[in-house]
Design a protein around this ligand. Structure first.
Ligand SMILES: Cc1cc2nc3c(=O)[nH]c(=O)nc-3n(C[C@H](O)[C@H](O)[C@H](O)COP(=O)(O)OP(=O)(O)OC[C@H]3O[C@@H](n4cnc5c(N)ncnc54)[C@H](O)[C@@H]3O)c2cc1C
Length: 489
């Protein structure tokens, strides 16, 4: 197969870029599950932008830099904020119905924002954006959509990218493209506890680094303080706004432990709350308590959260909600300039997988959907379609059956990686232990998986998880002092 643009990933960045690219040439969009399977679909809170007359670009930039501990790329932050308002109006034009009051966008506030600047749709902003973008992409004749198509490797020679190898219907296809776009999202699944869905296995980071793409700031993994901690349920995120509406944090002794840990108590910055809960969960369970609010109020304010918790046997107006911190967002990624360019020719990266530098050492809440949108809007202006496509001869590895011994081994290794990363590269890191325990263990897993001759999605994901973990671990050891989301013990 040949195309002008090969886009890997169908979250906000991949879908939005596809709509622009389709105006310039042919697009193939591949995604490893269904189109809607993405981190984007899970976003609850909203999307930040300068939208209120009491706010300004200067304020939004200042808040972003403060949250990022001034480790941010200031030029990229200015670029993102300058283009923020236009990006929200583009979503509205495409059909996203943000919550309104008196015909005006209703804006909310989250931790770290000094002004109301977050546009939202109930507590399911990401789902609304994803569904609208999917609808628009499906309408476009220039876009070929390949679902259940797993990008295995990028095709590259001498630091030039020519496309990717895709596993689909149990065989491997080579797709050649003028421009290849990695929009594969996050890597939360390399941790035992994560708010990210199963697709987030760090494939983009691993694939790109295998062909020599540079990565940056991958030690800065943001942990969300409150994910549901029931044994039989996924780590469903309980939004910060639940604490904003008055929920207390209670430890196993039924003490409101944040009272003497920070002046803002439960509303202290995200990384501080996550660290304090992490300390508490070592000795017993931690709960969110919002039983001070009525069932009617909670159903109306948090419809999705209420419904989801009920599904897991928790009525949040009557029961305590067991929680744990969980890996949530990767602030770093494949190093790009503000035009999405990587150091590999014809290879671009947008969204969570990329590191434009906007988040610095710690992402400001609701800036990630914005980053994904702004950069995938702007870059297309720089890209031209060529007339000729180069085709290389590429070996196709053999597929391993899904119930093979090798696949079972890969599944086991995924769990092993998650445990090692949670223990050694989680909320608090001991650099000596990373060097002496975590790196050798993950290196051993990587070597074993690399020796596995036949492949399939599970085996490839396990290898990607191991390789992405190694980059995180080695970045962590290079940063000797705590900064932002990187806390050294
Ligand atoms: C629970 C939760 C709540 C959040 N809330 C907010 C919020 O309120 N505001 C905010 O700004 N941000 C929020 N975030 C973060 C935000 O949702 C993500 O950063 C953003 O959606 C990432 O978009 P993306 O397009 O980069 O990637 P994603 O939306 O993750 O999409 C990645 C796509 O790549 C595909 N893919 C991955 N690997 C491969 C492969 N090898 N082959 C083929 N396809 C592949 C996936 O299947 C998926 O379609 C939240 C995240 C989570 C998990």
């Amino acid at each position: 197969m040949q195309t002008n643009f090969l886009i890997i990933g169908s979250g906000i960045s991949g879908l939005n870029f596809a709509l622009h690219a389709a105006k310039k040439g042919e697009v193939i969009l591949v995604t490893k599950k269904k189109l809607i399977d993405s981190n984007t679909n899970y976003a609850q809170g909203g999307i930040a932008a300068v939208l209120d007359k009491h706010d300004s670009a200067k304020n939004h930039i200042a808040d972003t830099l403060e949250a990022g501990e001034y480790h941010n790329n200031k030029k990229a932050v200015e670029f993102m904020v300058k283009n923020s308002t236009e990006s929200i109006y583009r979503l509205i034009e495409l059909g996203v119905s943000f919550t309104k009051e008196n015909d005006k966008l209703k804006l909310t506030k989250e931790g770290g924002h000094n002004k109301r600047r977050i546009a939202y749709v109930g507590d399911y902003t990401g789902q609304e954006i994803e569904q609208i973008l999917v609808k628009r992409v499906k309408e476009h004749l220039n876009i070929t959509i390949l679902e259940n198509a797993f990008a295995l490797n990028l095709i590259a020679k001498n630091k030039i990218c020519y496309g990717a190898q895709i596993i689909r219907k149990n065989k491997i296809d080579n797709i050649f493209a003028d421009q290849t776009i990695i929009a594969t999202g996050g890597l939360g699944q390399i941790y035992e506890n994560t708010t990210n869905p199963l697709i987030a296995t760090g494939d983009g980071i691993a694939m790109a680094s295998r062909i020599g793409a540079k990565t940056e700031d991958l030690e800065f993994i943001q942990f969300h303080p409150s994910a549901l901690a029931k044994k039989t349920s996924p780590r469903f995120l309980i939004s910060e706004t639940v604490r904003g509406e008055g929920a207390h944090l209670i430890n196993s002794k039924k003490e409101r432990f944040m009272n003497n840990r920070h002046p803002l108590k439960e509303l202290a910055p995200r990384n501080i709350v996550a660290r304090e809960i992490f300390k508490e969960v070592k000795t017993g369970p931690v709960f969110l308590d919002i039983t001070n609010k009525s069932e009617d109020y909670l159903k109306n304010r948090f419809p999705k959260i209420f419904e989801k918790l009920l599904k897991y046997g928790i009525n949040m107006s009557k029961d305590l909600i067991p929680i744990t911190p969980a890996a949530h967002y990767s602030c770093g990624g494949i190093k790009t300039d503000i035009y999405g360019r990587t150091n590999i020719k014809n290879l671009f990266a947008f969204g969570e997988v990329a590191c434009t530098g906007v988040h610095g050492a710690n992402r400001l809440a609701s800036n990630s959907l914005l980053e994904a949108l702004v950069f995938s809007n702007q870059i297309i202006k720089q890209l031209k379609t060529k007339k000729t496509l180069q085709v290389l001869t590429i070996d196709r590895p053999k597929i391993s059956p899904i119930n093979s011994k090798k696949t079972k081994f890969a599944k086991k290794m995924k769990k092993e990686i998650q445990k090692i990363m949670w223990k050694h590269a989680g909320i608090v890191r001991n650099l000596k232990e990373i060097n002496s325990i975590a790196i050798p263990k993950i290196q051993k897993i990587t070597t074993t998986l690399q020796k596995t001759q036949n492949t399939n999605q599970t085996i490839a994901e396990a290898l990607n998880m191991a390789q992405a973990s190694l980059i995180i671990l080695s970045s962590a050891t290079k940063r000797k002092n705590s900064l932002g989301c990187h806390t050294v013990s």
